[in-house]
Design a protein around this ligand. Structure first.
Ligand SMILES: [Zn+2]
Length: 74
């Protein structure tokens, strides 16, 4: 496991949006829940709809296990 992944896992923060939707905050970006199966949840970038951002995150319980794609915004 590389150091970057460790940092990402430590910096993952689970939050509720003001509308009560579960979100996860990773590496300075917010992700919204797309679907979950068992303990595994897939999250998509909060700007996916507006900017077609393809970055996603997978978590198991409260740990980030996978990040995929790059944000097309800052
Ligand atoms: Zn994004």
């Amino acid at each position: 496991m590389c150091r970057l992944e460790m940092t990402i896992m430590k910096s993952a923060r689970f939050v509720l949006s003001c509308r009560g939707n579960p979100m996860v905050h990773v590496g300075g970006f917010n992700f919204i829940r797309e679907r979950s199966r068992g303990l595994r949840t897939r999250w998509v970038c909060g700007r996916k709809r507006r900017l077609q951002c393809v970055a996603t995150v997978t978590t198991i319980e409260d740990k980030v296990v996978k990040m995929y794609g790059y944000h097309n915004h800052s």
